[in-house]
Design a protein around this ligand. Sequence first.
Ligand SMILES: [Zn+2]
Ligand SMILES: [Zn+2]
Length: 284
Amino acid sequence: MKVTERILLGGHISTSGGISKAPARAAAFGFRTMQVFSKNQMQWNAKPLPEEEINLFRDEYRKVGLQKTMSHASYLLNLGSPAEEMSKKVTDAMNLELSRANSLGIDYLVLHPGSYKDTTEKEAIKRISMILDSVLSGSRFTKVLIETAAGQGSTIGYEFGQLSRIIDGVTSSDRIGVCFDTCHVFAAGYDIKSPEGYSETMDLFDSEVGLKYLLGFHLNDSKKDMNSRVDRHEQIGKGLLGLDGIRNFVNDVRFANVPMVLETPKGEAGYDDDIHAIESIMER
Ligand SMILES: [Zn+2]
Ligand SMILES: [Zn+2]
């Protein structure tokens, strides 16, 4: 059986030519899940999606049998910012991202939680929860997944405890989860490379956050070493997490139905090689 049939593997897929083109591109790799940007990730606003484009996306999505797909929120958003103006802008932007994801039938909106630049970690976490709480009540289908961070600068989400404090501050806890980026967690200093380290790290995640919140993965190798706190993705098997580290995730039966999305540097040009590398380490 192909690896894409054994685990819920996908990749970040380009939406060039229109978002309705993405499902077929994902299916060409055999993917059963994917991640997209539902709007330009470097801009605050976006033209509304035409009704025909939404319907076409939903038809294509069904036709190729995708499930548990993700859209990635804009990189401009900092939910931790203490500036009043930024809070308002970020709330509007989150509502826009969520409304697009809901109309497209996308399950998860992946979000970098933010940073504590210009404030304290504690204050930033409080703000992140507050904004999430205010936007999540309006989301009828799409859940927000806060992404684990590598810990560059003053970013939040590089310790499991920070993720759990954000979730604790959100009332709609059935609308929130975590996207576990293997490159980021490794760079943040968690040993997920050795089998023992992996099992301890996942136990720690379970006790601090709860595995029921682990709803998605970004499956990436890392150009930088454990505890480097630097976020540099690498093709599967070519980095310092290596096949040893990736092996732990793809063979963990608990995650066989959790979407694992590649965000490797070559993008679609490199996914065939990534899939091959993963195939070579499948143990079941
Ligand atoms: Zn990621
Ligand atoms: Zn990254």
